[in-house]
Design a protein around this ligand. Structure first.
Ligand SMILES: Cc1cc2nc3c(=O)[nH]c(=O)nc-3n(C[C@H](O)[C@H](O)[C@H](O)COP(=O)(O)OP(=O)(O)OC[C@H]3O[C@@H](n4cnc5c(N)ncnc54)[C@H](O)[C@@H]3O)c2cc1C
Length: 281
């Protein structure tokens, strides 16, 4: 969406009932980068996030060169001293084969990937959006869409201050905008409230991860295991071990809904069983 989609000559003051040109719900990497680019395009952007930074998010913490390019484009400094751990490529283990594939040398993308924990990463992208002019409101939980009675189109959202943990909730408030971006994560309640449904033609993955201290913590390849063994039993799914560069490795596994075991797997037990067969390091 670009600024010229607003009626020509209409000033922000004339749209006084709007709280913003665009409301972005959710300041994960999706919402914050959308907010960044919309703000850079000159729009008044309100970015609503239910949690407060810094906050944890379950993830493998791996960023491909494509993601690195986006970060560079947002003016984010990627200094190793600030916790950005670069890698050369992917090590793939499976079928009796172990290969190291370097990220390709391309003029269009950087030749390296990164690992960075989401605890710091998401805040960095959110602050970049703020620097670009987006107004970030943390601790604000969006509770539903506001609809235009005549058209049914979304014209804003209702929201409350996120509970301080004692069950108390702030008063509900309405924010209005011409465009609302639902970037509220994979369960996207806002999308569901707008009757949008998950696309069944796209696979869905479920994954878990944990952190280990390991001598392999400074691995400069992101390691992916295409087969997970528990003794002689082949477990469903794939696993990863990514050095984080801070003394730990991010270790996890995931399963696609195309697997026969999807929906009836104890992921924690599977992670334990897989790791029990792995060398100590
Ligand atoms: C175990 C695991 C490993 C993964 N590994 C990798 C990896 O190595 N590399 C990779 O690129 N991707 C990985 N992913 C996927 C990655 O985590 C997601 O693609 C990414 O987080 C999606 O970003 P997002 O901004 O769309 O949503 P999210 O990161 O989920 O952000 C959504 C935001 O919306 C906020 N929010 C939700 N509801 C509301 C509400 N009602 N009101 C206000 N705010 C709200 C949330 O607090 C959150 O901040 C992994 C995922 C998992 C589960």
């Amino acid at each position: 969406m670009t600024q010229h989609e607003f009626p020509a000559g209409q000033s922000r003051a004339q749209r006084a009932s709007d709280d913003a040109d665009v409301i972005v719900v959710g300041a994960g990497p999706g919402g914050s980068s959308a907010a960044y680019h919309l703000a850079r395009a000159g729009l008044d952007v309100l970015l609503l996030e239910k949690s407060t930074f810094p906050r944890e998010k379950v993830c493998g913490d791996g960023l491909t060169p494509r993601a690195v390019k986006q970060l560079v484009g947002m003016g984010i400094a990627l200094e190793p001293a600030d916790g950005w751990f670069p890698n050369k490529g992917i090590r793939i283990i499976g079928g009796g084969v172990r290969i190291e594939l370097d990220w390709p040398e391309l003029s269009s993308y950087p030749g390296f990937g990164l690992v960075r924990t989401r605890r710091g990463f998401d805040e960095i992208v959110a602050r970049a959006a703020q620097r670009a002019g987006a107004r970030l409101a943390e601790g604000v939980t969006v509770t539903g869409p506001v609809l235009d009675d005549a058209t049914g189109r979304i014209t804003g959202v209702t929201a409350r201050e996120t509970s301080a943990g004692d069950g108390e909730k702030g008063a509900e408030r309405t924010y209005r905008a011409r465009l609302v971006v639902a970037a509220d994560g994979n369960s996207s309640r806002l999308s569901l409230a707008m009757s949008l449904r998950k696309r069944d033609d796209r696979p869905l993955g479920v994954a878990i991860r944990t952190y280990y201290t390991s001598s392999r913590r400074d691995d400069d390849y992101r390691e992916t295991w295409l087969e997970l063994w528990d003794g002689n039993a082949l477990l469903p799914g794939y696993g990863w071990i990514f050095g984080v560069g801070d003394g730990t490795s991010n270790v996890g596994l995931g399963l696609l809904n195309t697997s026969a075991s999807f929906g009836n797997t104890d992921y924690r037990a599977m992670l334990r069983n897989w790791l029990a067969t792995m060398p100590a390091e």
